[in-house]
Write a protein that binds this ligand. Structure first.
Ligand code: FES
Length: 80
């Protein structure tokens, strides 16, 4: 679905860019796709998509991180 009609940007393009790690900030997103370069009517919806996508990516990373660094029972963690 088009979210920025002026630049022809879809919600899918935004989600894929964030998922692939190409976009890490809202400013990056706007610069990459030219969002808000014209009327700016899309800003609120784009920000919602950005926030949801970043949150989903963060949750995904956290669950992967837990699985990778899950200590086995009986393992002593030494913090220095
Ligand atoms: S709809 Fe995105 S700048 Fe106009």
């Amino acid at each position: 679905m088009y979210v920025c009609c002026c630049e022809g940007v879809t919600d899918r393009q935004i989600k894929i860019s964030i998922e692939n790690g190409n976009i890490v900030s809202f400013n990056d997103l706007c610069a990459e796709f030219g969002i808000a370069n014209n009327c700016g009517k899309c800003l609120e919806e784009v920000r919602e998509i950005f926030n949801e996508s970043i949150k989903r990516k963060s949750n995904s990373f956290n669950s992967e991180f837990k699985d990778i660094f899950k200590p086995e029972i009986g393992t002593k963690l030494i913090l220095q």
